[in-house]
Design a protein around this ligand. Structure first.
Ligand code: FAD
Length: 464
């Protein structure tokens, strides 16, 4: 078969690119080594975690129902049913990806792909080895959990995102190493399901890529929720016991503590799947394991593109993977799209409270020499937040004083991951602080807080 495009990997990057290639009439195939399509995001990442987090939200409502005048005595948490629901959602959407491949006439080839020179690919599965030589290749092989040196996950005690999603009972105590989005989301879910959660982070703050004020607010609220957060903490000497895991930790104040947990989740980042891919047979260049690409997602080897978690310099997020796929296929099809603009990538963390952010943090904007002007509006001044009983957090706008350019927007609070959409659209449309000040926001809504934060830039917020 003479393919125009062969995509390796069926995560959000790969399958979206394959659909777009099919829409453009390119003869396309996708190679996947897992039995199910969908990649990390669908099978063991975005989707199953958000399903658990939603169930945690619902359970939390039941536990605080009397605040709303509702008696919910007798409500119980059936965790195996929560996991069953999550599994159903994953299966439904994985079948959905298969449907999309059929709909867009994309051939699905099962097996492990390896580059063997030029644009030749060898695919190995139980039936044997087949060789393809398409016109172009899109590498979308994604990432896997990084482990601490010398530590291996098992399905019992030391877990990654894969094993923790398979638990059928809530651990009494859960230790989490790493306070990035993944660690914080599992902390938020399991704490609300009833685990005593401890988060250990080596860096000086939780969610370290976010604006410093967001990190501060998250740590404050998590602590109030009963989650122990230790930042500046150095974990050593992790030991498996018969029924638990022990570790030593040196805390930020220099004191040393021995901790023991029923389960330990390691969430210290993701390493790109660029090993065993045969890249040594090509001229594709790597930067610490990540593939180097240009603004059109082209690698250094003509005809080979790379997208998603394996790419150097863009955040490891599903929507980034998909957007990079559009850029790569646009180039292949002669329908170019603008390159990824790193300043317009929303970040979303689905904790309670949630986080949504886009653009520069205040510190980054100052470091880049802007005349920074900040507007901030707390959800305590927003009536819809009161109605929801969810008052923590704020919207923070980072703007340039000179022309009112919006440099960044950082939200921590109820539905922050949904609310951030307005800021992303505004920045994409190159709207200014003035535009957002004059935008009418429906009342009562959570997104009124965004309008108020923009009004707060020149000190004109109303409800605070
Ligand atoms: C717990 C968790 C929660 C997350 N939540 C979110 C979220 O809410 N929002 C968000 O935007 N991002 C989230 N992410 C990140 C998101 O999952 C990734 O950014 C996204 O999956 C990357 O997509 P991708 O297409 O690059 O690769 P992947 O989704 O990793 O897919 C790569 C695919 O390639 C296949 N593959 C690899 N090598 C080969 C080979 N040699 N031959 C054949 N097949 C191969 C793999 O089997 C896999 O199916 C989360 C991640 C985790 C771990």
């Amino acid at each position: 078969m003479a393919y125009d495009v062969v995509v390796i990997g069926s995560g959000p990057g790969g399958y979206s690119a394959a659909v777009r290639a099919g829409q453009y009439g390119l003869k396309t195939a996708i190679i996947e080594r897992q039995p199910r399509l969908g990649g990390t995001c669908l099978l063991v990442g975005c989707i199953p975690t958000k399903s658990l987090l939603h169930s945690a939200d619902v359970w939390n409502y039941f536990q605080h129902a009397e605040e709303q005048g509702i008696e919910s005595a007798g409500a119980t948490l059936n965790y195996p049913a929560v996991v069953g629901r999550k599994n159903k959602i994953v299966t439904k959407h994985s079948k959905g990806v298969e449907y999309l491949m059929r709909k867009n006439k994309v051939d699905v080839i099962r097996g492990q792909a390896r580059l063997v020179g030029g644009t030749r690919i060898e695919v190995t599965n139980e039936q044997g080895v087949q060789t393809l030589e398409p016109r172009t290749i899109i590498l979308a092989t994604g990432s896997e959990a990084r482990m601490l040196p010398g530590l291996e996950p098992d399905s019992e005690l030391i877990l990654t995102n894969i094993e923790i999603l398979e638990l059928t009972a809530i651990p009494k105590t859960l230790g989490i190493i790493g306070a990035g989005a993944v660690g914080m989301e599992f902390a938020s879910a399991f704490s609300r399901f009833g685990s005593k959660v401890t988060v250990l982070e080596m860096l000086p703050r939780v969610v370290p890529v976010e604006d410093e004020e967001v990190s501060k607010e998250m740590e404050k609220v998590f602590k109030r929720q009963g989650i122990r957060c230790e930042t500046g903490a150095k974990v050593e000497n992790v030991r498996r016991n018969a029924q638990s895991v022990s570790l030593s930790v040196t805390l930020a104040n220099g004191s040393r503590e021995e901790l023991e947990f029923d389960k330990l989740l390691v969430a210290v980042g993701r390493k790109p799947n660029t090993e065993n891919l045969g890249l040594e047979n090509t001229s594709v260049e790597l930067d610490r394991g990540f593939v180097k690409v240009d603004g059109r997602q082209r690698t250094a080897q003509p005809g080979i593109y790379a997208i998603g978690d394996i790419v150097a310099g863009t955040p490891q997020l599903a929507h980034v993977a998909a957007a990079e796929g559009m850029v790569a296929v646009g180039d292949i099809a002669g329908k170019p799209r603008p390159p990824i603009n790193k300043r317009r990538i929303p970040g979303a963390t689905y904790t309670e409270p949630g986080i949504g952010s886009v653009g520069l943090t205040e510190a980054q904007a100052r470091a880049q020499g802007y005349q920074v002007k900040v507007g901030k509006f707390p959800f305590v001044g927003d009536s819809k937040a009161t109605i929801l009983g969810s008052h923590d957090g704020f919207v923070k706008v980072v703007a340039d004083e000179k022309y009112g350019e919006i440099l960044g927007v950082h939200i921590v609070g109820p539905e922050a991951f949904e609310l951030i959409a307005e800021a992303v659209t505004a920045m994409e449309a190159e709207a200014t602080v003035d535009t957002l000040m004059n935008t009418i926001h429906a009342h009562p809504t959570l997104y009124e807080a965004i309008g108020e934060a923009f009004n707060a830039v020149p000190g004109l917020a109303i409800n605070i």
